[in-house]
Design a protein around this ligand. Sequence first.
Ligand SMILES: C[C@H](O)[C@H](O)[C@H]1CNC2=NC(N)=NC(=O)C2=N1
Length: 112
Amino acid sequence: MSGLTEKKCVPCEGGIDPLSPAQAEGLMKQLQPEWTLSADAKSLHREWKFRNFYHTMSFVNAVAHIANAEDHHPDIECGWGYCRLKYSTHAINGLSENDFICAAKIDGIPKQ
Ligand SMILES: C[C@H](O)[C@H](O)[C@H]1CNC2=NC(N)=NC(=O)C2=N1
């Protein structure tokens, strides 16, 4: 169990520094290995594949539920059989712990 899943996102409207690349690399260790950091360490990415549209949208709905509960929202790109997520904290133009908390919670969604 990842410690991040025990945490709750803190509302962010700026005023904090984005995580450094080293801090972001450290938190990556608590996520499933399919997540990648962008080259500038300002965003977090992952893609999923599904065997039909129903399973795709079921996953997207579970992501939306987490986003709503945490009040922290990914960019979502989805279509038949795939979903791509991008996390960054818009208010600071970079990554915050919120992005990692949400990613860890998404890692807990059962894969269909
Ligand atoms: C107050 C509240 O936490 C902010 O408006 C949130 C809402 N969701 C957000 N989601 C993301 N990804 N970045 C933000 O900066 C952000 N801001």
